[in-house]
Design a protein around this ligand. Structure first.
Ligand SMILES: Cc1ncc(COP(=O)(O)O)c(C=O)c1O
Length: 335
């Protein structure tokens, strides 16, 4: 009998090497590939006081022929540059950052797991200027790092239907900052998420400020039923997911009618009676929701299981990512 491979929790293990570049005097240094090790940082570093930080997350996949392909790196780099602009931090150079990602994948090639695993890429940028009086002054020095982590299932338990608390009291982030992938947004969602977990044993919180459905702490939210998909239209209040942006054209390719619009908790609960609900994101791919809990009442989504449309759409995206279906949209780059 062969031993089961060890599958550490998502993100808990780093691959051996990282890429590093620094910004000083108005320009980026050449990047280097280094063994993963603690980094040196002044205790007065801007990031430690004023949260000048943002990051990205995307995946590279190993095919059965051994080749490795990264998924929609250009979109993640564009989103990273948008985060930089909105946080008034130095923008990573897109050509340099893409080369850093390629170099990390190449150096850590042996660490890319076979399907259904992937190598998760985590670029991050931090403000390093040493000045504890800089609450209203941007960091003029920064470090850019690209980490990698072999990953398997994001949600322990794989395809089990998720329990989600519908929270119409809190916001996940400041309204203009939702589209920025910055640490402060995750810190802000932590308290409500842990409280919801303790009180309702939920997997995630769906933030619905003013009764309008937005997103969860780490994924976008989609409603599905035969021939229809509905998700919130893009605005500054939530993260513009690359998975969302991939699932929509895949659905449209098959004639599914996609509505991107603002919708309310009441509309969602009405849809959920007979339809499906799912979370989309790089980590979760497309994860079915089985139960929505709103103001103390449990609402079953469809029959409470992961729905067939969710499974089918997820399988299509995974097939493209793993090279089992043609990449008609040109989303993959071989490294
Ligand atoms: C808050 C939030 N929303 C949505 C997403 C989904 O984005 P993507 O599909 O680009 O991974 C993520 C994951 O990065 C996230 O952290």
């Amino acid at each position: 009998m062969t031993a089961q491979p060890l599958r550490p929790p998502f993100g808990s293990v780093l691959a051996s090497h990282m890429a590093v570049a620094s910004y000083q005097g108005g320009q980026w240094s050449a990047s280097e590939i280094l063994p993963v090790a603690p980094i040196e940082l002044s205790p007065a570093a801007h990031v430690l006081h004023y949260a000048s930080t943002f990051f990205e997350g995307f995946k590279a996949f190993r095919r059965t022929d051994g080749s490795v392909h990264v998924f929609r790196m250009d979109r993640h780099i564009a989103r990273m540059r948008q985060s930089a602009r909105l946080l008034v931090l130095p923008e990573p150079d897109p050509v340099q950052l893409a080369d850093m990602v390629r170099a990390v994948i190449d150096r850590c090639r042996d660490a890319v797991p076979e399907a259904p695993g992937a190598l998760y890429l985590r670029p991050l940028l931090i403000g390093t200027t040493a000045n504890i009086g800089a609450a209203a002054t941007p960091a003029l020095e920064a470090s850019l790092l690209v980490l990698a982590s072999p990953v398997w299932d994001y949600f322990a338990g794989g395809m089990k239907p998720l329990r989600i608390l519908v929270d119409d009291q809190h916001t996940r982030s400041a309204a203009q900052m939702g589209m920025v992938k910055t640490g402060g947004n995750y810190a802000a969602a932590m308290g409500p998420t842990l409280a919801a977990r303790a009180q309702y044993q939920v997997d995630q919180v769906l933030f619905c400020p003013a009764g309008e459905v937005q997103e969860t702490g780490a994924a976008n939210f989609l409603l599905l039923r035969e021939g229809h998909l509905m998700t919130r239209s893009l605005d500054s209040t939530f993260l513009h997911g690359v998975s969302r942006d991939s699932l929509i054209p895949l659905a449209r390719d098959q004639g599914v009618d996609v509505s991107e619009r603002v919708f309310t908790v009441e509309e969602m609960l009405a849809w959920a009676k007979t339809g499906e609900a799912a979370l989309s994101g790089t980590a979760a791919v497309l994860a079915g929701v089985g139960t929505l809990i709103h103001r103390g009442t449990e609402h079953r989504v469809g029959n409470g299981e992961v729905g067939p449309l969710t499974r089918a759409l997820r399988a299509q995206l995974v097939a493209i990512q793993q090279g089992d279906a043609p990449d008609r949209h040109g989303w993959l780059e071989r490294i």
